[in-house]
Design a protein around this ligand. Structure first.
Ligand code: BV8
Length: 240
């Protein structure tokens, strides 16, 4: 089926859910997780670094990985795909919800309202242990990672690591949006990470699930249509 026919579905839809993954930001220059295997961290699997155990075992290594990613993300801009989604939301308030696995904040920076950040935001951090009064009163000691000067509590990235629950209210809102959707656009995700990927399988039977991905993904079988293209080229064609 052509992009034009899918565009007809999108333009006629009352409720659209966009479920995005790392490929959504690839054209902004943010490496995807599968690409990350080729980069500086080629010897580490994200699944091995993005865990509380890894952080407790080697806080500096994990903190350095996030510091490197934060620095890279601060240099990039939302791409045409992020901007097309935000324009559609501004033109049609309430018709399109974004649920993203990405922690890069690019949907938010593009102007999308009410982004459901399923895995948190890399730009923020929080205390590793439940903070005490000392953690709150004194500024953390600088370092990799920063720590409480009194009790040594560590700061950690405010993202959802493997083995951690997703924010309950955010996940519930995303599940609600999936169950109400007429169209689900699954953009730039390999579909291997749950429970986020499961959202693409929660749409009602009559809903149209569309995968937008230049390569095969684990969610292709859930799609009514697969568009073999990139986020920055396909989304403007569907949404503008
Ligand atoms: C949890 C934040 C339970 C950190 C991330 C079944 C049910 C529930 C859980 C599980 C389950 N099976 C397994 C699990 C455990 C686990 C999991 O899913 N493991 C996987 C590896 C098998 N899930 C969890 O641990 C989750 N928590 O289940 O808790 C629980 C219950 C009760 C009490 C306690 C606990 C938490 C998962 C969250 C992990 N955190 N991110 C960080 O970023 O550092 S996930 C991380 O992976 C990112 O968010 C990223 O988005 C994601 C990787 O997936 P993708 O986004 O898809 O990226 P990827 O690189 O894989 O693919 C990119 C795609 O883009 C490719 O297909 C490519 O072709 C495409 N592409 C490339 N260029 C473009 C493009 N597409 C479009 N345009 C382009 N230009």
């Amino acid at each position: 089926m052509s992009v034009g026919a899918v565009r007809g579905w999108v333009q006629a839809a009352r409720r659209i859910l966009v479920l995005s993954g790392a490929g959504m930001s690839a054209e902004s220059g943010v490496p995807t997780f599968r690409d990350a295997q080729t980069g500086l961290w080629a010897n580490f699997r994200p699944e091995d670094l993005a865990t509380e155990d890894a952080f407790r075992r080697n806080p500096q290594q994990v903190w350095d990985w996030y510091a490197m990613r934060r620095e890279a993300i601060a240099q990039v801009q939302p791409n045409a795909g992020h901007l097309a989604i935000a324009r559609f939301q501004q033109a049609h308030p309430g018709r399109l919800t974004v649920a993203t696995q990405n922690v890069d904040g690019l949907h938010q920076r593009a102007g999308s309202p009410g982004v459901l950040a399923l895995h948190g935001n890399i730009a923020e951090d929080r205390w590793l242990e439940t903070p005490r009064s000392c953690c709150r009163s004194d500024p953390p000691l600088p370092g990799h990672p920063p720590r409480c000067a009194t009790c040594g509590n560590l700061r950690r990235p405010a993202v959802v690591w493997f083995g951690e629950m997703l924010p309950v209210a955010v996940l519930a809102a995303a599940e609600h949006a999936a169950r109400e959707a007429d169209v689900v656009l699954v953009v730039g995700t390999s579909g291997v990470v749950y429970p986020a990927a499961g959202l693409a399988r929660m749409a009602p039977a009559q809903a149209r699930v569309v995968v937008i991905n230049p390569h095969a993904s684990d969610l292709d079988d859930a799609a009514r249509e697969v568009l073999r293209g990139t986020a920055a080229t396909v989304l403007p064609a569907l949404l503008d």
